[in-house]
Design a protein around this ligand. Structure first.
Ligand SMILES: *Cc1c(COP(=O)(O)O)cnc(C)c1O
Length: 495
């Protein structure tokens, strides 16, 4: 079956997978969705016998119809290789009563590597297939982890430039250092005086600016996105849900066909949406548990059917989830609205103009696959400490939120279905928050002393991603105002 892609706000015109990857965001401001969700088409028991690359090929070959086997296998082999510190790529680890799917074994020790290590290959392959001669300019807003993972993926990739905007003061020290020390002649990192939503809105504006687009074209450039709005990021993420299900069988936790819940620390709704697609492909997923921090706009949405971003933006110890406009939710809204672009457009217009929208009762019923929960800063810190003391396993702050929400979910519903907690970052990336959660005495110590102490108490080797920033040179020190973002892009491109 050939899968094509259409915009959530568009006129039903469809384009190929490679075209959708190249464009990132549709011209009408919508997100690309597949015309149908393909079926896995394999016995579930087979999954337990496959390695990560095989599962990735199985999933991606269904969605990326216009890639040849050779092209896709080349992309997969180039992405999931020794950049990951384990052959399994995404190990499923049991700790106490929890199953963690560890997605942080890639180059930048956050789950963004799962998609961003392959996106540059998908994108350059797509450019070749579509005979694109322009240089591709990756324009990305980051709440901390996407930025570094995209920079690492695109650094010195011929035919590309990458520009990353991050909220100055809104990311962890390690996250910032990882970005501002990025090497590569084609990389540019800018701190924005605003929060993540400001940066993301600024980037979306540039994508939709036809004048800017024409100016780029004149200079043989075109934009694409490394954000999770790009279908080339979403689809590779579906693969690890399918993989995790196979690993649950392999470890004897379930029999083929039995249900598994997935519990996902959520910000932009990209990760958990990939889980929803995995379920639609035929993975017997039970609940998709959507875990939020104090920015609990999604929790409120699942509870009430009202999405309301008009609220205080709270900086938390899980900064990659400090988001009030979860971009990928638009894809789910479009699907539960019966793929009605008019309905979706109306909601998105209301979100832009009034800051909120309310879905209908019918539509809300279709959200039954999901459960929304949240954890406060105190609950998260207590959870991280308890978990360390009882199971000797240290989660990062994002995964900590998910673990807390799982406990609340299990207590509230009594649901005993085996549950996989999607673990999105190494604790090293958020060493300060993790260590002070474990013991307040660490508050006075500097970040690098804390990293050494984390190594001592956990016994987990310090990842390369941390070791390499310890004495790296700062290469990017540009900071701009929210309305100065476009000027920075033009300056870097010399247009
Ligand atoms: C990006 C990120 C998240 C949120 O993922 P979404 O796909 O934006 O929902 C959670 N945890 C970490 C560590 C992240 O980097």
């Amino acid at each position: 079956m050939e899968i094509r892609y259409k915009s959530t706000r568009g006129n039903r015109e469809t384009i190929s997978a490679s075209e959708a990857i190249l464009k990132g965001l549709a011209d009408d401001g919508g997100l690309y969705v597949p015309t149908a969700v393909p079926e896995l088409g394999i016995e579930l028991s087979e999954l337990a016998k496959m390695n990560y690359r095989e599962v990735a090929y199985l999933v991606m070959s269904k969605f990326f119809s216009d890639f040849t086997e050779e092209e896709l296998k080349h992309c997969i082999d180039s992405a999931y290789d020794s950049k990951f510190d384990t052959d399994e790529i995404a190990p499923l680890v049991t700790a106490g009563k929890y199953e963690f799917l560890e997605l942080f074994h890639g180059a930048t020790i956050a789950f963004k590597d799962m998609a961003l290590s392959i996106l540059p290959h998908l994108l350059t392959t797509s450019a070749r297939k579509n005979k694109i001669e322009n240089e591709i300019v990756i324009l990305t807003a980051t709440s901390g982890d996407t930025g570094k993972a995209a920079l690492a993926g695109f650094a010195d990739v011929p035919g590309t430039k990458i520009i990353v905007f991050y909220p100055k003061g809104g990311v962890s020290r390690v996250q910032e250092l990882q970005m501002v020390t990025q090497k590569g002649e084609n990389t540019f990192v800018v701190g924005v005086r605003g929060n993540f939503d400001d940066a993301q809105t600024g980037v979306k504006k540039m994508f939709n600016d036809t004048k800017l687009k024409a100016l780029l074209e004149e200079n043989h450039y075109q934009f694409s996105s490394a954000n999770s709005i790009n279908i080339g990021r979403l689809v590779p993420q579906v693969a690890y849900y399918v993989w995790a299900y196979g690993q649950m069988i392999k470890k004897g936790k379930i029999a083929p066909g039995e249900k598994v819940n997935f519990d996902v620390p959520t910000g932009n709704f990209g990760n958990i949406l990939a889980g929803y697609f995995a379920k639609k492909m035929g993975i017997p997923a039970g609940k998709l548990i959507c875990a939020s921090n104090d920015n609990k706009v999604l929790y409120d949405f699942f509870k009430t059917g009202v999405y309301d971003r008009k609220r205080e933006f709270i900086l938390t110890s899980s900064p990659s989830m400090d988001i009030l406009i979860s971009s990928n939710l638009e894809r789910l809204i479009y699907l539960i609205a019966g793929e009605s672009e008019e309905q979706n457009r109306a909601y998105m217009k209301a979100l832009t103009e009034e800051g909120k929208y309310e879905i209908s009762a019918d539509q809300k019923e279709k959200l039954d696959d999901f459960y929304g929960g949240f954890a406060t800063e105190e609950e998260n810190a207590l959870g991280i400490r308890t978990h360390f003391e009882e199971d000797h396993y240290i989660t990062d702050t994002h995964t900590g939120v998910a673990a807390c929400v799982y406990d609340k979910y299990a207590a509230e519903t009594g649901d005993m279905t085996p549950t996989v907690i999607v673990s999105t970052a190494s604790p090293y990336k958020f060493a300060r928050s993790v260590m002070t959660a474990i013991d307040a005495k660490y508050e006075s110590e500097d970040d690098f002393a804390l990293i050494k102490e984390l190594n001592r108490i956990s016994g987990i080797a310090i990842p390369n991603a941390i070791a390499e920033i310890l004495d790296a040179e700062i290469r990017h020190d540009t900071v701009c105002e929210i309305d100065g973002m476009e000027a920075e892009v033009k300056r870097f491109l010399g247009i």
